[in-house]
Design a protein around this ligand. Structure first.
Ligand SMILES: Cc1ncc(COP(=O)(O)O)c(C=O)c1O
Length: 384
């Protein structure tokens, strides 16, 4: 990476408006310059040449699978499908598995709705959903203790969207293997911010939309399915794109689903988003996820330091660096959080109101000087 982590030069990869302090990567990220150029170029190409170079587009699609596989350390890009979003990926899993009355699924009590609703929807099949309180000192143990002989699956966010709590996925994956249950990770709040190793954590399924820390557009998600699990998910969506040999339009009577995770993609791919995400992931890999992780953690640690020094601030996120990723959530005592939020937004801060507080989520390139300005603005706010 061109910049040392302790310097504060503006990143050449982003040209955010000077009027903004953008700390909302846990919601929707701005695009890197390179990604925007790719999209403009793609629009231009479509205008002038249509799909004349479709073969090249297909190569970009394949390269994106390779890049995503590299980003999460998957054994093969055959384990990657490109789906619409995290919710779709979770639905493919929930409705691909077959359930029996009395089966149990474990999640936490802090999950984003995507990782609650889909499992809750299985109640009419007699599946029990257990929501575990993970706010204590040992959240992993709290989850593991709930596993019993009826448990079939543990589904967890790598990093919780509101509190920013990060879990030890290696420990959870090991416990799932020991108890012979499936392990599903909603990784949208980790991949692109911190390193992610699907082999080390032995996950069966991983889903993550590209528009947060991966710096891509909305509506294109990474879906990882461990090779052995691919045949175990029943198919619920069908179309020309899911078959082994996509080119054989005239010989469909004996169609077979692709042996790879592409069988979960039923029709035409979202080529525009594929080109954009291809660029964004290229940038992340070029800069290096180890460096990016260091810089994200440094920024959140900086916020923790600055906000801990204020008497009237309650920090809602874990403060130890191994327990958080890029999310820092707090509230200011004795003021209306909504009004504080509105005031920040009016002054150009792009952030979110989550989990009873205000959520800041800087990425690797966010200048420290902007984080200091944020802290000053919150300190000076006296309410109205
Ligand atoms: C943990 C988590 N999962 C999922 C989502 C979004 O899901 P989708 O990609 O289906 O829009 C979010 C968005 O905030 C999230 O924080």
């Amino acid at each position: 990476m061109s910049q040392h982590s302790n310097t504060d030069q503006p990143s050449p990869h982003f040209i955010l408006d000077d009027s903004l302090i953008y700390v909302n990567h846990a919601a929707v990220s701005p695009w890197p310059v390179k990604t925007a150029e790719t999209v403009k170029h793609f629009a231009d190409e479509n205008t002038r040449l249509g799909s004349r170079h479709y073969q090249r587009w297909l190569q970009t699609e394949e390269e994106l699978r390779d890049r995503l596989a590299a980003l999460i350390h998957a054994q093969s890009s055959d384990e990657i499908a490109l789906l619409k979003n995290t919710s779709e990926g979770l639905s493919v899993i929930a409705y691909g598995l077959s359930w029996q009355a009395g089966d149990k699924i474990i999640i936490s009590h802090e999950e984003f709705p995507s990782n609650f609703i889909v499992w809750d929807s299985l109640a009419d099949q007699g599946v029990e959903l257990v929501q575990v309180d993970i706010s204590g000192d040992n959240p992993e143990q709290a989850l593991i203790e709930q596993i019993d002989e009826h448990t079939r699956l543990l589904s967890i966010s790598a990093v919780q969207y509101a509190s920013g709590r990060r879990l030890d996925l290696v420990k959870l994956g090991r416990a799932c293997r020991e108890h012979n249950i499936l392990f599903c990770v909603d990784a949208i709040q980790q991949i692109g911010a911190l390193q992610f190793d699907v082999e080390a954590m032995q996950a069966d399924f991983v889903v993550a939309d590209g528009h947060k820390w991966m710096l891509g557009p909305e509506g294109l998600a990474l879906f990882y399915c461990r090779r052995e699990r691919i045949p175990q998910l029943q198919l619920k969506q069908f179309g020309w794109h899911m078959v082994e040999d996509v080119s054989r339009f005239d010989a469909m009577e004996n169609w077979q689903p692709a042996s790879s995770a592409r069988r979960f993609e039923c029709g035409s791919p979202n080529m525009l988003a594929i080109h954009a995400l291809h660029s964004s992931i290229g940038l992340l890999l070029e800069l290096g996820m180890e460096q990016i992780e260091t810089r994200v953690l440094e920024r959140v640690q900086h916020l923790i330091q600055r906000f801990s020094a204020m008497d009237d601030i309650t920090i809602l996120s874990p403060t130890q660096s191994h327990q958080h990723a890029g999310i820092f959530t707090f509230y200011k005592q004795q003021v209306d959080q909504q009004k504080l939020y509105d005031t920040l937004v009016a002054s150009g801060v792009v952030c979110a109101l989550r989990g009873g507080g205000i959520r800041f989520s800087p990425h690797f390139y966010t200048p420290f000087e902007q984080l200091d300005r944020l802290a000053d603005r919150v300190r000076q706010y006296k309410g109205s």
